[in-house]
Design a protein around this ligand. Structure first.
Ligand SMILES: Nc1ncnc2c1ncn2[C@@H]1O[C@H](COP(=O)(O)OP(=O)(O)OP(=O)(O)O)[C@@H](O)[C@H]1O
Length: 793
């Protein structure tokens, strides 16, 4: 039997519950039991130091587990659970994923031993196929709860281009009322109101988090839970047009390098198995790691079959006037170039005019070209076609024209008609496949290729082939224009393994930076409601702005090698691809399931994603450097630590400066948090919120006086300064970053949010509370640890 801890009796009264006294004998006190049954405690713990440390850092694991046990102990105290449960390991998100998948997708819990049809890759199959371990935390289609880590850009907040001007209705003036409510968010001219904003980002370096909940049957509290659920509705403009990137993984067969590496480094059996669309990475003493994708191509997959999965539909879309992109991502030597170019573009091969450019080794590029010209031939009777080709590389963040090597360091520009484009880039009009292949052959000679340890012909640049297809109908003279980008990305290598130093090291850094920017953009695009995609973070993503988002069709082919030697790289490639799979609908489904599950029970959840924390938790605890930093409900910690409001303004082309000037006239202290293609996010500090009203009225007036055309101009012909605007409260990411960056916090007397910085004030308050003998709705770390000690006794 555990004792009522002294500090527990001194906790503050929960204002939402009936007044009741506590006694020392907690377990037998019906009032206390009643209170505990009513009490909702959702906590979230985050410890940036614990990232990926579950295997490598027992100390951190212990610390984390200690905290989890403390919080679990609190919850169990409250729920009258037997004390022996305290020693349970924390209910990590992996466990949660496991439970979810048990319920949602039992078939995805694959262990090799259960699946006789699973294929281990390679001939030297030393990996035991009777592994008892099973990892279920990587199934992207079910939860993505544990895999959405470490988006390195916290301003992934909105694809403002999706704030569609055509949906703009005349605004009704709710602004002032809304602004009086500190929890209000308004987006666009057709504001949706919510008490909470679900952000769309994952936190920078967010690591392990835990949310605990103790739902109950009390009506008032249940309704508060459901309110919380309902009001977490997203307040951003829904990006209905965004279709997720299609993700295909291709496992190449073993090649001579695998065998020679095995000879040098010892026995390296294959570590990759495939089961339908799931890839399983296996390594002795490690859990199997499973990833499910839209399509997994086995080593035996032919180029023709690969193209059907990767390129064919995208080219069909390009021929309908959409933009399309095919990207090959993977470690050096994993088969990107083979997939994109195939062996037909081998410089030694001589292609003659009118010759069929396709053979069984041809990759995506020749097959795309072939498909386009077949279409041209088929429809040339009633359509006038023009096909243009450009070929470029991005090396060390410089764009170079591969069709004219004298053109280096080309700038990227943007104009309203053509969108984003590379200035001065050579564009050649082509009339038959042979011409394109010749251009590619010549251009490839200029490609930056250097030898690294991992691949004798390692490509150190991103190479982009751009094919523009223009079609003019003879009957109605309508014009369609689709642009296809085919990208052979530079190898995502690990520096020490590839022997990089000096210039090679600099290359590797630039490559990794741009690949990480690409990952962030692709991940941001998977969000259901996208505020901002960080296209500007690299030349590559900037260039692909119009080809990744919006209506563009994109396929990412992630290539991996089968050998154990490549285990880490394969894992990181699959992880990258997994981020692109982040399916918002599955995620929402998982969240709803958790909401259902948490009714009537206490739950501790860990997650890396702040939007998830915000959505699922009623009580959030933030940890940094092994210490609990603050605890409270989402809104109160946002108001205490948040940075106010974010004002989003989409400027019409050419009016950017005027927009910034105007905003500054109304609000002197605003800072531009992010700026991209005319989309500005201004941070309005808390102190200036009262002054927002006037500006909002002005913005309302600007956008409501005249009905706007699709491009943001008013119907009377005057160009409006802004296309759209919106405002949202600070996000949990911002809070998290602020709280974890500063270790010193001042404690504020807030019922729902306390920091752990000033324990004396807490103690004072506790004395006061003790005097009142009431029950708090927040607990301090001391309380928790004391409870744990008492419980252990
Ligand atoms: N599916 C495949 N079938 C047969 N051979 C393959 C396959 N994929 C790759 N290879 C072979 O593996 C080797 C490395 O492939 P490739 O050059 O395409 O790698 P890469 O990822 O483009 O490397 P880098 O980034 O360094 O350019 C080549 O010899 C290639 O022919």
């Amino acid at each position: 039997m555990f004792q009522q801890p002294q500090s527990f009796s001194s906790m503050k009264k929960n204002p939402n519950t009936n007044n009741m006294n506590t006694t020392n004998n907690m377990t037998n006190n019906p009032q206390q039991i009643n209170y505990m049954q009513q009490q909702q405690q959702y906590m979230m713990m985050m410890d940036p130091n614990a990232m990926n440390q579950t295997v490598t850092s027992p100390t951190l694991l212990q610390q984390q587990q200690q905290y989890m046990n403390m919080i679990a102990a609190t919850m169990m105290n409250q729920q009258q659970l037997p004390s022996n449960n305290y020693s349970k390991p924390p209910n990590t998100i992996n466990n949660m994923n496991y439970q979810l998948q048990q319920q949602q997708q039992p078939s995805s819990n694959i262990s090799i031993s259960n699946l006789p049809q699973s294929n281990m890759i390679g001939s030297n199959n030393n990996v035991t196929t009777t592994s008892t371990t099973k990892s279920v935390s990587f199934n992207p289609s079910s939860t993505n709860l544990s895999s959405s880590t470490a988006s390195s850009n916290m301003t992934n907040t909105h694809s403002t281009s999706q704030l569609s001007a055509q949906n703009i209705n005349t605004i009704n003036t709710k602004t002032k009322t809304l602004l009086n409510n500190p929890n209000t968010s308004i987006i666009g001219n057709n504001p949706t109101i919510s008490n909470n904003t679900v952000s769309n980002t994952t936190a920078n370096n967010a690591t392990s988090t835990a949310a605990t909940s103790a739902s109950n049957n009390n009506n008032s509290l249940v309704s508060s839970t459901s309110t919380n659920t309902n009001t977490n509705t997203t307040t951003t403009t829904s990006n209905n047009n965004t279709t997720r990137v299609k993700v295909v993984v291709r496992v190449r067969p073993q090649v001579s390098e695998d065998i020679s590496n095995s000879q040098i480094f010892g026995e390296y059996p294959p570590c990759v198995a495939t089961v339908k669309n799931t890839v399983i990475l296996k390594r002795e003493c490690y859990d199997d790691r499973e990833f499910t994708f839209d399509k997994v191509l086995e080593p035996t997959c032919s180029q023709d079959e690969m193209y059907k999965q990767v390129g064919k539909n995208i080219v069909n879309d390009v021929l309908k006037g959409y933009n399309g992109t095919v990207l090959a991502y993977g470690q050096t030597g994993s088969g990107k170039t083979f997939t994109i170019f195939g062996s037909s573009t081998d410089p030694k091969r001589i292609i003659k005019p009118n010759e069929n450019i396709i053979d069984k080794y041809s990759g995506v590029i020749p097959r795309c070209i072939n498909q386009i010209f077949e279409h041209v031939q088929e429809y040339s009777n009633n359509t006038e076609f023009r096909v243009f080709v450009s070929f470029m590389q991005i090396y060390m963040e410089n764009i170079m024209d591969l069709l004219d090597a004298s053109k280096t360091n080309l700038p990227i520009r943007e104009d309203p008609k053509n969108g984003v484009f590379v200035e001065q880039l050579t564009q050649v009009q082509v009339n038959e496949p042979y011409e394109v292949m010749q251009l590619i052959k010549e251009g490839s000679k200029n490609r930056q290729v250097n030898s690294t340890n991992m691949n004798k012909l390692s490509s150190r640049s991103h190479v982009i082939l751009m094919i523009t297809v223009e079609q003019k109908s003879s009957s109605d003279k309508s014009v369609k224009r689709g642009v296809l980008h085919i990208v052979d990305l530079a190898g995502s290598e690990r520096v020490f393994k590839s022997g990089s130093e000096g210039q090679r090291l600099e290359e590797a850094k630039k490559i990794n930076k741009s690949l990480s920017a690409l990952g962030n953009c692709v991940a941001a695009l998977t969000e259901e409601n996208v505020y901002h995609v960080p296209f500007r973070d690299s030349k590559l993503t900037r260039l692909l702005t119009d080809s990744l988002g919006g209506n563009a069709k994109t396929c990412l082919v992630a290539t991996i090698g089968p050998s154990m030697w490549n285990y880490d790289e394969s894992y990181s490639t699959l992880h990258f691809a997994n981020r692109a799979m982040n399916d918002p609908f599955s995620r929402k489904k998982a969240w709803n399931l958790i909401h259902k599950m948490k009714k009537g029970r206490a739950m501790i959840l860990t997650t890396h994603a702040m939007d998830e924390a915000d959505y699922l938790s009623d009580r959030i605890a933030i940890m940094a450097h092994g210490q609990l930093k603050c605890i409270g409900d989402s809104l109160s910690i946002k108001s205490q630590y948040g940075s106010g409001y974010n004002l989003l303004v989409v400027a019409n082309n050419g009016y950017e400066k005027q927009v910034v000037k105007t905003i500054n006239q109304y609000l002197t202290n605003v800072k531009i948090v992010s700026q991209s293609a005319g989309n500005f996010i201004f941070n309005v500090p808390k102190e200036q919120v009262n002054e927002l009203g006037q500006l909002i009225s002005y913005l309302e007036k600007l956008t409501s006086e005249n009905t706007l055309n699709n491009n943001g101009t008013s119907i009377n012909g005057n160009t409006n300064m802004i296309k759209d605007w919106g405002i949202s409260q600070t996000t949990l990411e911002e809070v998290y970053l602020k709280v974890t960056q500063n270790s010193e916090f001042s404690y504020k007397n807030d019922d729902n949010a306390i920091s752990m910085g000033n324990m004396s004030e807490i103690a004072e308050e506790q004395e006061l509370i003790e005097h009142n003998n009431t029950v708090p709705n927040v607990v301090s770390l001391n309380d928790v640890s004391e409870m744990t000690n008492n419980a252990e006794e």
